[in-house]
Write a protein that binds this ligand. Sequence first.
Ligand code: GCW
Length: 775
Amino acid sequence: MQFKKQPFNQTTMKIFLIIISFLSITIVHTVIASTLPDDKLWLRYENIQTIYNPSKYENYKNFFSSHKNIYCATDDKYSPVYSACKELSNGLSILFDVNMSIITNNNKTPATASIVIESLVDEYSLLNISTKLSDEEFSISYGNHHIEVAADKLSIVSNTGRGVLYGVFHLLNLLQRNANELPAKIIDINIKEQPKSRIRIWQLWDNMDGTIERGYGGRSIFHWEELPNIVRPRYEDYARYLASVGINSISLTNVNSCFTMNQQLLNITNINKAAVLGKLFASYGIATFLTPCFDSPMLVGNLNTSDPFDPRVIQWWKEIVIKLQNAFQSSRVTTTNNKKNASIIMNSGFIGFLFKADSEGMPGPSSYNRTEPEGSSMLANAVKDIGGIIIWRAFTHPGNLGPIKVGDQPLMQFKYFMELDGLWDENVVLQIKNGPMDFQTHEPVHSLFGNLKNTKVMIELGVTQEYTGQAYHLCHLPVQWENYLTFNTGCTSDGINNYNDGGKMLLLADVLTKGKNGWGFAGVSNFGETVVWVGNLLSSSNSFGYGRMAWNPYTSAKDITKEWVELTFGIDMQITKPIVNMMMDSWYIYENYTSPFGLSAIDDNCADRKQCFKLPNGMLEDRVDHYWWAGWLWAGVGKPPNAGYGGGFNLSRNDRMIGNNRSLEYGQTYCGKENKEIFGNIKQTPLRLLLTFHHVSYDYVLDDGRTLMDNIMLAFQLGQENAESKILNVWKTLKTIFINNNDQERWENVYNKLNIGIGEDTKNFTRSALNYFTD
Ligand code: GCW
């Protein structure tokens, strides 16, 4: 397990920390100004007049000028409903240059109100094990559509506070883009929407010392050393961005939770810190998961074991949950809640644990000779009374689990978790990475999806671009995710509890959203403390796209991309069209110059230090682990990285053969005759996954008449050329427009990264690859 600290500006940090330590002695629960300027990402709310036809714009402006009072059903500033009112008031005021105001009255809708923002059942309700999709449905309408709302008012309502927030963000999104869904007159508006998946979580790999594992946008935004006293304004913006794309939960720290800096997450000091963040996120409808080390009973509780069968260990976890519940509860203000059904116990904000156990050096149940379901069951019991959820990761490798010794990682994960199907508690959800390896450039979909019939499942997507160019390349992931989500698993709903679709075959998107077992999405965060949050502004399309796809995995990548471009850069066809095009092409281009035909060769851990750059402060530059093309590694150890931990593959180039021989084993774990043939028969396997499944001669002739090796070489060359002509050069041509729009800094942020990644490193990738194969 490699772990590198990310660089950040140490001088600024030192000065800042001195100021902070001074302030924190004297000030309790204070909000301080952020030291950093801050990009507004997709919530810009800039002047939009030009994108409307004049009469439509006038109509909307007139409407809001004469409907300025937003009736907010609560004045509790920690209620998601109140956050929704604030956002709407702020957004509309800027967009239409009007002075919106918020009025509150706890018991009735005041006659003067003209816009009503209200939850109909429980404004505080957050994600929990009984969450229904209809909890989050919102409606935006005009007139007397709801019992509690009088006629001639615009209303945004939902059963829950977070649903109301989603409605507000949806309306603001449509208004900013003058989207087709908007009628010519706003009084004709009538929109109803609900998400398709239950859990839509944002998972941080931020360490408690401020570094981020696999973060490319600077250090962590969260400063645990200042909490609970200091809550930076940026934390609220963090919550706003997540809520605006429908994220309903978060895990605050790294899943590598047994690293020294994260081990003490569950001591009382840190529980109180987490509770303050939890309160803030809850006010944006976001429930908090914590990621403790499985050995916390020993590390924090001073017990001499963490065996999940030991009564003291079981008791310790129960007490921890009570402590968490109390801490999160006491940091919530609920006094002004006027709703009848608010369930206090469910709404503390703390909702459960996420575990990386028995994986890459992290201890787990196997350390105590217990199975994964046995270990998770102890935790599931501990959170049961609060409707809590345990998320358990399936990311394990051969060797991590003692007796399971299958050589190939995909096959091992498949066999192991199939054996456990049906053994998990009702409130445990298995989180499986999109593919069986590790967020590689292009992987087949994990064959556990659809095959598991009695396990609640969710997918894990790497929003952070660990293997896909980090901050330096353009790799727009919604296109990749769409490719995965539309994969026909070949499995049917037969045998899946409570769900029968008449024997239809399930797409991956169906598996994640339907029936009793489809539980949704996890995205590994790409946010950091840089000005544009993500290192390279264009990568924020991945943050946005993740939320939108998790909300509705059937939405097209193209629509989402267009939406993001319009929100981020405005609606100017001169800009939007080329940017949308380059983003849509980018995954395939990146794949060609890094991993054509399913090679998975981006894994250089900088073991070849010659390729790694040092910053003046001596730290390694951020283009380090899992950035470079790693042919040398193959030659060195005789296997492609992440391909399978041994397993008897013969990849030595001396044999002029390449690729993994998975067709007869892993390839046959997929459901359905068709998939088995597709992955089993070299003639039918999609070329983009050829070498993931087959061990092929360099001289093997493809349908185009060229040999495999010629095609590989060509892919690298074309990939490099296309990256330059279709991405870097296109970005260069946009410079003048950005300058004219007074937007040069954002242009430069992107240019500076792409110019290094595409302008320089891509040549290096291609050169290393060509050398490797022709050596
Ligand atoms: O891809 C690997 C990363 C690790 C990460 C691990 C995981 C958090 O290199 O940094 O650890 O995956 O997903 O657990």
